[in-house]
Write a protein that binds this ligand. Structure first.
Ligand code: KG4
Ligand code: ZN
Length: 343
């Protein structure tokens, strides 16, 4: 069975074809293509929703053609069309949903709406060393920071989450305060390589709260205060020190809470998913702490950390394999811009 996946929830148009063998083996990625809108939004310092929607419209069909050509396949071989139903920008989601349903109607194939975060969560199953259930998941994207216990596809228990900003937001907003532009996370991480994290002392909110919840708003305020104190003619070296200190504070909290979640659940495996999972310092610190505790840590392939169509096709395929998918054959659609994965 071939599943075509379309991702259009924010500023990346992603399309992929995943093949799912009978018998429950992990689905295989046949081809994927991605267009990032970073260059387009850069001038505005952030994502402009209307421009995002229009660009998804321009990209989605050429990307679909490319994926099918790269896979040596054709639309006739597509058995199910999956799309990101939410959460995300309403207009952007509507593009993927509309195209998926139009394709489904034209081909006479069922259509399946996928939860974006479930896509992130399951994306390590496309890596060379896929995890086994159950595991703890640390989901760290631009809009979400959650720790979950994952027993199987669709069986998710929320252990803790952010009470204000997400980890990705903490990276992005701090980067903006430092004048590093958009997208802030990767820019801040690059600058941090040249800094010494111990030069500035920044808070680690809720580090010892005894819960698995996160809070990053106070850190952002502390960064803002530092930026003001340093003034407008701050030297590049101080900026790098501040970037390193900010990254270290975020990473410290994420790693500390992840270890606490592993201890609380007694599980020996953790999966890290979402854009912030691409952060090298986070990976380094998590690897070190997990090695000490004989815990196996899984990441998606770097290219699949941020938004992509492969994770959407994969999540749909894994749900279909387990009989969990609610496919629609009437080709009517709606999108869910705010859609909690659990709770
Ligand atoms: O999962 P994602 O692509 O989109 C959402 O679903 O939100 O995550 C995007 C987030 C952004 O906040 C971005 O700054 C952050 O992931 N990010 C990073 C890195 N790469 C992406 N943050 C820190 N270090 C990185 N290398
Ligand atoms: Zn995402």
């Amino acid at each position: 069975m071939n599943v075509l996946g379309i991702e259009s929830s924010c500023d990346e148009t992603g399309v992929a074809l995943v093949e799912c063998a009978a018998g429950g083996a992990t689905p295989v990625l046949r081809a994927q293509a991605l267009h990032s809108q970073i260059d387009m939004h850069q001038a505005y310092g952030g994502v402009v929703p209307e421009l995002a929607s229009r660009d998804h419209i321009r990209r989605v069909l050429p990307l679909t053609r490319k994926v099918l050509a790269d896979a040596g396949s054709s639309l006739d071989e597509v058995d199910v069309v999956a799309f990101t139903q939410g959460p995300g920008l309403a207009g952007a989601l509507l593009v993927g949903a509309g195209v998926a349903c139009a394709l489904g109607a034209a081909l006479g194939r069922p259509v399946l709406g996928v939860h974006h975060l479930e896509g992130h969560l399951l994306s390590p199953f496309l890596s060379a060393d896929p995890p086994e259930f159950p595991f703890v998941a640390l989901l760290v994207s631009g809009g979400h920071t959650q720790l979950m216990r994952i027993d199987d596809v669709g069986s998710y228990e929320l252990l803790g989450e952010t009470i204000d900003d997400a980890a990705g937001e903490a990276f992005d907003k701090s980067a903006k305060l430092m004048g590093l532009g958009y997208p802030g996370g990767p820019a801040l991480a690059r600058l941090a390589e040249f800094g010494d994290a111990s030069v500035f002392d920044l808070p680690r909110p809720l580090l010892h709260s005894g819960t698995l919840d996160f809070s990053f708003a106070g850190l952002k305020t502390a960064v803002r205060t530092r930026v003001h104190k340093l003034g407008s003619n701050v030297c590049e070296q101080d900026k790098a020190h501040l970037a390193a200190a900010t990254q270290e504070a975020i990473v410290d909290v994420l790693v500390h809470k992840s270890m606490a979640a592993l201890k609380e659940t007694g599980l020996k495996r953790i999966v890290v998913a979402g854009g912030v999972g691409a952060n090298a310092r986070l990976r380094e610190q998590l690897n070190a702490q997990c090695a000490k505790r004989q815990i196996k840590v899984h990441y998606p392939e770097l290219a699949l950390c941020t938004d992509n169509g492969a994770m959407i096709a994969l999540a749909a395929a894994m749900r279909l394999q387990r009989g969990l998918a609610q496919v629609r054959s009437d080709h009517a659609f709606n999108v869910l811009p705010r859609w909690p994965l659990v709770g």
